[in-house]
Design a protein. Structure first.
Length: 234
């Protein structure tokens, strides 16, 4: 190699070594076309949870309102039903007292049912006098077991004002147990009884027992009714 070529090589090496490191760092690196993105956010579904909670709270509110409306309607229906039933119950109580103290008591004394009068149009006899007397004077089950509205002895009609329907009370004697009570002031009843006078022994009193059944119902609606069973001691 001649001297000229050696000096030229030295200049190239010196020029290459004299390049600034800062410029070498600033040289952009070639890209491969792949771009890295940031990781997804973990709390990105908060809006969906809020929507579900709002729907659940709305459903609970609607259920509470529906429950309140149902209770209010049920309370009104129950109050009206109780009022109608109370009227039928009171009519049945009144019919039972009247039937025992007026009809049965007079029948045991010997008065036929047809001659007791209608008490101002309230009483309607529905059984023959002989059959009614048999019920009053025969021990045991006399009725066939049906309810008084199917086979009543008498019907009581209680008339109310124009705005209130009348009440019909059906009465019946279902069973009789004979006693030794006197049916009148000086008539003996068979079975070990005597007149009450000085020097006589008074036997143990055994009353007549009449099992009765009463059903009161509205004349305008048969569903408004009350049924009672009772025992009248004469």
């Amino acid at each position: 190699m001649n001297t000229m070529e050696e000096s030229h090589m030295r200049r190239l090496i010196i020029r290459k070594i004299s390049v600034s490191p800062a410029k070498e760092k600033s040289t952009p690196r070639p890209t491969t076309g792949i771009r890295l993105s940031a990781p997804p956010a973990i709390l990105g579904n908060e809006r969906g949870v809020a929507l579900v909670m709002a729907l659940i709270l709305g459903l609970i509110g609607m259920l509470m309102i529906a429950s309140l409306l149902y209770m209010a309607g049920t309370g009104t229906w129950t109050s009206g039903s109780k009022k109608r039933y109370q009227t039928a119950l009171e009519a049945s109580h009144g019919g039972m007292n009247f039937f025992a103290k007026e009809i049965i008591q007079r029948g045991v004394g010997g008065a036929p049912l047809s001659t007791m009068g209608n008490y101002g149009g309230m009483l309607t006899p529905l059984i023959a006098d002989a059959d009614f007397t048999t019920k009053l004077t025969t021990t045991g089950d006399i009725n066939d077991g049906v309810y008084p509205d199917d086979n009543p002895d008498a019907t009581l009609t209680m008339v109310f004002t124009a705005s209130t329907p009348n009440m019909t009370v059906n009465t019946a004697i279902l069973r009789t147990s004979l006693g030794n009570s006197g049916t009148s002031s000086n008539v003996l009843v068979g079975g070990g009884v005597v007149n009450n006078s000085s020097g006589t022994v008074i036997p143990q009193h055994i009353p007549y027992l009449f099992q009765t059944e009463i059903q009161g119902q509205s004349a305008g609606n048969s569903r408004e009714r009350a049924r009672l069973s009772g025992t009248y001691a004469y």
